[in-house]
Design a protein around this ligand. Structure first.
Ligand code: SAM
Length: 268
């Protein structure tokens, strides 16, 4: 979905994010993984103060209310998504929808469980870092582990009449999501990991042991010692591709005006 007419910048950004974030609800595998995660934590949620950080349309907040949370804060920075969440959650007296950046939100009571899905396709390219700067300390964060991994495949396996070898050549040094519709690729090598309080936003990675002319990255979200969402299985996260131009690369994430800046370069 693209916005086609001229709009004031603020309005454009709000609607652009709205369109991006409503489309994540198409990903049934993602929703089901989160539903199962929350269900497995039902006893932790019941009677507790819960918070959805980056609530979007408030689906997880609704589930937590239904699972018996005593109080749910649904915190969402985008005013248009906040409106959607308010509509969805209007009939839950114990759910409060708050339009705020999670980094500025101070709940009136201690938060027992914080639920979030702030992962980008490259792990740190959305807003998971906001969780490092919370003005409160939740007892439990769900999920609390993710990794960005990579692998290589022969280009001959994937090139077609649209993305030809010549097209690929033009993409050296460029990370492109969704370039191919491949599914189920092995995420053999860890590139970066995330855990609350243990972020790793920069890496130099040696891939000389991998064979194949196409490098791909894929995200994995973990719960209870196993991946629950994965690029290639959950449509919300596609593989990110780039033609291989060496055996070592650097990947770095830096906060930018809006979102995160991703820097990628081949080292040799
Ligand atoms: C990927 S969506 C997830 C929505 C919902 N939690 C879900 O998983 O269905 C991320 C949401 O977080 C919001 N968001 C991103 N950074 C935020 C921040 N710092 N504070 C509050 N909301 C934020 C975005 O506007 C977006 O609606």
């Amino acid at each position: 979905m693209d916005i086609l007419n001229e709009l004031p910048e603020e309005k454009f950004n709000q609607v652009d994010d709205l369109l991006a974030f409503v489309s994540i609800y198409d990903d049934q595998a993602r929703l089901e993984a989160y539903r199962q995660m929350l269900n497995a934590c039902r006893d932790k949620l019941r009677g507790q103060v819960c918070l959805e950080a980056g609530a979007g349309a408030g689906v997880f907040s609704e589930w937590m209310a239904r699972m018996g949370a005593r109080k749910v804060y649904a915190v969402e920075v985008n005013p248009l998504l906040c409106r959607l969440a308010r509509e969805r959650l209007a009939h839950y007296p114990n759910v409060e929808v708050i339009q705020a950046d999670i980094q500025n939100f101070k709940p009136l009571e201690p938060v027992d469980v914080l639920v979030h899905e702030l992962f980008g396709q490259l792990l740190y390219d959305e807003d998971v870092l906001a969780l490092e700067n919370l003005p409160f300390q939740p007892k439990t964060m769900l999920p609390a582990r993710a990794r960005l991994a990579c692998g290589c495949v022969p280009a001959s396996r994937l090139v077609d009449t649209t993305v030809t070898p010549s097209v690929l050549q033009q993409l050296e040094g460029v990370l492109v999501s969704g370039l191919f519709d491949e599914e189920g690729l092995a995420l053999t090598d860890t590139v970066l990991t995330w855990q609350p309080g243990a972020v790793q936003c920069s890496v130099e990675k040696d891939i000389s042991h991998l064979s194949g002319e196409l490098l791909y990255f894929g995200l994995e979200i973990w719960f209870n010692g196993r991946p629950i969402c994965r690029a290639g299985e959950c449509s919300n996260w596609s593989y990110v591709w780039t033609p291989r131009a060496g055996n070592r690369f650097a990947l770095r994430f830096e906060p930018a005006g809006r979102g995160m800046q991703v820097r990628f370069a081949w080292l040799d």
